[in-house]
Design a protein around this ligand. Structure first.
Ligand code: CP
Ligand code: NVA
Length: 303
């Protein structure tokens, strides 16, 4: 029995297996071939924060695999306050075959995983967004052939999304450059984890976004203010003002460069309409790939 809390916990071979399975499931869906591998399985989704892509792709994915999903907003269950995390987890483990959780504090996931007798999947925490990163890697592979040898310029915050993306890119032999205002880069804990478990070559931080994208095969961005950081919004808007992914930035990158964004986009803040809707953007392929990646993940954890 395995949990999936961080991408750093799986091997490169396991990540490659998930990507291959995701591609196979995507092709099966396109050809309308049924894939009822989770018949009779029940998956609970417990979300403390809002979601479109993650919730819908998990619920649709479970249904397409022949299983059943149950959705709970965190406050309905009273996660962590109506009863202890341990009691919640031991109870849920008797009812369902897997738990998918979106939480404010990553420590909540660790607390649940410690007591769970069924797989626990991280559907986003303040620390990481590993399901997103599998879909991102799949999207890069589809559009550029491979992640190995590619340069991904993440222009934005050193946050949950960029940490998980950095791990995926590092494991698959690509290079991630983080371009952010001073003080918003990757922290020491991440550097320690990454250099010990992914690669000694830690992602470079480049403050000038024009320089960061000069050799980029992919430009990736995410919101400047993540869920849970709303009190910092005004300060972040000021600090990140020069880090918008717009036509000028795109013009500084190679012509073949693709644009990714995990979505939701704050249009006019971290990215402009012309870029997100433009010919180099693959953000909706990326969103779709959440479905295929998570179906592969569910099969891997539950079969
Ligand atoms: N990218 C992503 O996780 O989207 P949601 O927050 O809508 O699930
Ligand atoms: N970094 C963002 C990602 C949303 C999918 C957040 O945590 O809000």
């Amino acid at each position: 029995m395995r949990h999936f809390l961080n991408l750093i916990d799986i091997t490169t071979d396991e990540l490659r297996h998930l990507l291959a399975e995701a591609a196979r499931l995507k092709s099966a869906r396109q050809r309308r071939i049924p894939t009822p591998t989770l018949t009779g399985k029940v998956v609970a989704l417990i979300f403390e924060k809002p979601s479109l892509r993650t919730r819908v792709s998990f619920e649709a994915g479970v249904a397409q695999l022949g299983g059943t999903s149950l959705f709970f907003p965190g406050n309905e269950i009273g996660l962590g306050w109506r009863e202890t995390l341990a009691d919640f987890t031991r109870t849920m483990s008797r009812f369902v075959d897997a738990m998918v959780l979106r939480v404010f504090q990553h420590s909540t996931l660790d607390g649940i995983a410690a007591h769970a007798t069924v797989p626990v999947i991280n559907a986003l925490s303040d620390w990481s967004h590993p399901c997103q990163a599998i879909a991102d890697a799949l999207t890069i592979q589809e559009h550029l052939g491979t992640v190995a040898g590619k340069t991904i310029a993440f222009v934005g915050d050193g946050n949950n999304v960029s940490r998980s993306l950095a791990v995926a890119v590092g494991k698959l032999g690509g290079k991630l450059i983080l371009s952010c205002p001073k003080g918003y880069g990757f922290d020491e804990k991440f550097r320690t984890d990454y250099t010990a478990r992914v690669s000694p070559d830690f992602p470079e931080e480049v403050n000038d976004p024009l320089a960061a994208v000069a050799s980029a095969d992919v430009i990736y961005t995410d919101v400047w203010t993540s869920m849970g950081q709303e009190a910092e919004r005004e300060e972040r808007l000021r600090k990140f003002a020069g880090f918008q992914v717009n036509a000028k930035l795109l013009a500084a990158a190679p012509k073949h460069c693709k644009v990714l964004h995990c979505l939701p986009a704050h249009r006019g803040e971290e990215i402009t309409d012309d870029v997100v809707d433009g010919p180099q953007s693959v953000v909706f392929d990326e969103a779709e790939n959440r479905l295929h990646a998570q179906k592969a993940l569910l099969e891997w954890l539950l079969k």
